[in-house]
Design a protein around this ligand. Structure first.
Ligand code: HAM
Length: 430
């Protein structure tokens, strides 16, 4: 019988790698708290219409990559519904903002999330069908200052701080403005006009997009289409004075805060809800999938979903890509410190198993990490096992129990010494 494997594009995360995932999440939570963000957890699946309306029918995500199914009614009171595994979390957060009337507080809502997202993309390094995002959104009524360029600068400054605290070096912040909805309509017209004479030479997707949503032509990855795309007008020329002023204020605030960035006029991002500021942080070590994170403003999204006016800005980091980057950086460092739990307790003989369990409990209650051996093991096997998982081994036999003096070996130095039971916790912690 064929053995079952994790589905293509999904993976198991195992220790010790999961320790790195936890470290990343702990650091993110700590930084978010300093900037007054609270956690939101939205469902992993939503009504398909949320993404069709929020992310946009013509985007690759909605048109090709969603895991969607018909959820059949189980009772007369239920309706058969189309549901989708969330491909991203911004639409869900804005839906929750509307559903819970969060705007009525009159305050800015600063919300972060950590969790799995699903896109049926072609799997490759850094690109999976189930992946994890760490993201945050700042959203609220205009009266709370949600439109201010200061919010954009604060989010970007927080991201620079977070990447630094995670220990990720060598990132680049790419920045652009895609203007207001009106600017984008103007830009779409300019693109349509520029595409008309050349679109016949482009791929089938571009031919369709040129009619339905020309901005999405800029997402095309087909190599033959790139020379044409490079000659298309840039969005900066379609921005009105207000959008230009907003963008200039974001850049001035970043300059003042000392956050470096480069302008990338082609950065329009693959989701339809963006307005004004868009950005990505990229990293050279990631290869083709070089975006560590992406985000931007979405001043009209709440209204697109039937809610009140509630401008917002946010981002999502690809946690898988943060892990890959940190792993590559750690490989480049010459020596990584020896890992392992603080102590391995080796009971001598099965009769000592219960005493070993009690000692392990005592030590763990002091905060130490302890692995518990097995009395049926010969001493040689206990040493071999201990050396693989712990910094030290503690021998517990009948004599040690009676005398209260234990033998402890430190693997790094090879030194074996006698330690009193009372002093054991302090010794193992050293
Ligand atoms: P996004 O650019 O689609 O934006 O995704 C954000 C990040 O998620 C990417 O930069 C990448 O690091 C990671 N990512 C995306 N797809 C995959 C994948 N298949 N495998 C691994 N990592 C992936 C959004 O999702 C927006 N919701 C961000 C946002 C929040 N904009 C405003 N607020």
């Amino acid at each position: 019988m064929a053995t079952l494997k994790a589905v293509r594009g999904t993976r198991d995360l195992l220790p010790p790698e999961t320790a790195l995932w936890n470290r990343i999440e702990t650091t993110a939570r700590r930084v978010f708290a300093r900037y007054n963000f609270g956690e939101i957890r939205t469902p992993v699946f939503e009504d398909t219409g949320l993404f069709a309306r929020g992310v946009g029918e013509e985007t690759d995500i909605v048109s090709k990559e969603m895991y969607t199914w018909e959820d059949r009614a189980r009772a007369q009171s239920e309706k058969t519904q189309m549901l989708t595994l969330r491909p991203e979390n911004t639409a869900g957060v804005v839906r929750a903002y509307i559903e819970h009337g969060l705007g009525e507080t009159g305050l800015l809502q600063k919300l972060y999330y950590i969790g799995p997202q699903f896109r049926r993309e072609r799997p490759q390094k850094g690109r999976y069908r189930q992946f994890s995002q760490i993201g945050a959104e700042v959203i609220g009524p205009v009266s709370a200052g949600s439109e201010s360029p200061l919010r954009d600068a604060e989010v970007l400054e927080m991201l620079a701080t977070l990447l630094d605290e995670l220990g990720i070096t060598g990132w680049t912040l790419e920045l652009n403005s895609v203007g207001s909805a009106a600017d984008r309509a103007k830009y779409n017209d300019a693109l349509r006009a520029a595409l008309e004479p050349v679109v016949g030479q482009m791929c089938a997707d571009c031919q369709r997009r040129a009619v339905t949503n020309p901005l999405r032509v800029l997402d095309c990855k087909v190599p033959q289409d790139q020379p044409i795309i490079e000659k298309l007008p840039v969005i900066a020329d379609s921005l009105d004075e207000a959008s230009k002023g907003h963008f200039a204020a974001v850049m001035a605030a970043l300059d003042a805060a000392g956050v470096p960035y480069t302008r990338n006029q082609r950065l329009v991002r693959g989701l339809d809800y963006y307005t004004r500021t868009t950005f990505e942080f990229t990293h050279g070590g990631l290869g083709a999938q070089n975006a560590l994170l992406g985000g931007g403003r979405y001043d009209g999204l709440s209204e697109m979903l039937g809610g009140p006016k509630a401008p917002g800005i946010g981002f999502a980091m690809g946690e898988d890509r943060l892990v890959l980057t940190l792993q590559a950086q750690e490989l480049n460092q010459s020596s990584t410190p020896r890992q392992g739990v603080d102590g391995f307790i080796a009971p001598i003989g099965e009769g000592m198993n219960i005493e070993a369990l009690k000692l392990a409990r005592e030590l763990r209650q002091t905060g130490l990490s302890i692995e518990l051996g097995e009395g049926s093991f010969r001493l040689k096997k206990s040493f071999e096992t201990a050396e693989k998982v712990a910094r030290r081994i503690v021998i517990l036999g009948e004599d040690e129990l009676q005398s209260g003096i234990l033998t402890v070996k430190t693997f790094a130095t090879g030194v074996q010494e006698k330690v009193s039971r009372a002093g054991l916790s302090g010794f193992l912690a050293s």
